[in-house]
Design a protein around this ligand. Sequence first.
Ligand code: ASP
Length: 363
Amino acid sequence: MIRDKITRRNFVVSLMKTGVILPIIGKGGMERRLGQGRTKLPLIMTSKTNPAVKEQITATAWEVLQKGGTPMDAAEKATNVSEIDPRDPTVGYGGDPNEEGFLQLDASAMDGSDHNNAGAVAALENIKTPCSVARLVMERTDHLMLVGKGALQFAKMHGFKEENLLTEEARRHWVEWKENLSNRDYYISPRKKHKLEEGGTINVLVLDEKGDIAGVTSTVGHHFKIVGRVGDSPIIGAGLYVDNDVGAAGATGHGAEAIKVCASFLAVEKMREGYSPQSACRYVCQRVIDRHGGKPLFGLKIVALTKNGDYGCCSIRGKIHKETGKVIGLGFSVHDANGHRTEAGEAILPPMTEEERKSIPWR
Ligand code: ASP
C-alpha cells in the first residue's frame, strides 16, 4: 500500500482544509469567518434573530448573570421571553397549533454545572413556559423526560397554570392552512394571505465567567404537525447538548434529521476532538446533506460555543440577501461585554428553488 508522505506542512494544510483548524492571518490574529467568533466571557448565544424579541432574550440572560444568577437561570429566563411572546409563531404561547388546532410544546434543559444533568418535556399542552417545566423535570425528578398528560400533571403539581395557548392570530393561520390543504373538500380559502412574524425554535446557550455552561431549547415543533408528533427539541443530543468540559450546541429546523444524526451531540463531540465551533457546525450540516445525496429538501441550523468563548453557526441552506441578491447564512444572536449583536452564520447550500419546494411530498 502506498502511503502519502505526511510532512508537518501538508498535515497542517489538510487540517485547515477540513476546517479542524483555521488559518492564522496577520500577527496573532485569527481569521474571522462568518458566524465565527471569540469573545470575553460571559457569552450568551441564541438561534433567534427575529426583531421583536432577539435583544430582549439575550438582555434578559445577561441581566440574570449580572445579578448573580446561574447559566441555567439565565438560559431559562431568556427562553421564557420568547415562550410568552404571542408574536412568535414558533415558540410557546401564540405558536401555530398542530393539525387539530391545539398546541403541543417540546422543550429541554441541560445544566453543565450539575454534572451535565438534563430534563425535557414533550407534547405538553396548556402551559406557556415548557422550558421551565423541563428544568423542573431535571431538578426535581430522577427521570429525564415527561410527555403529554404526565408532563401536564407534573407542571400543575408544581403550580403552573393551565392556559389556552391558541391566540386569535394563530387560530386564523390554522384555519387558513386547513382551507388551503385541498380543493376536494368543502372549505373555501380566503383571498388575503396571513402575515406572520419571522420565527424559529429557540436555542439559548449561556457560558458564564467561571466557564459553566447551560442550554435550553423550546419549540411548538412543526406548524400543523400530526397530533402527538415530537421533534428534536426535547431530545437530549439532538436539539440540545451541553458538556461542561467542552461546550454546547443546539439545533433548529427539520427535527427528524437532527435526531437521526444526534446533531447537537455530534457538534459537541467534534469540538471535543478539537474542531472550532464553526467547523463542528459545518461538519454536522454536511453530514446531513450527505445523507440526502447532496439535496436535502429541508432546513437545519446548528449553533455552538466552546467553554473558552469561541462560537459558530452553520445551516444547511441559506437565504437570499434582500439588497445584494447573494446567498447568506441564517443568523443568530450573541450578547457579551460589547452588548447584543446579530451575526450571519455560514450556509452550505442556497435556499430551495421553487421546483424543489414543489417536489416535497408533504407540501
Ligand atoms: N426543530 C423543531 C422540530 O422539529 C422545529 C424547528 O426548529 O423549526 O420540532
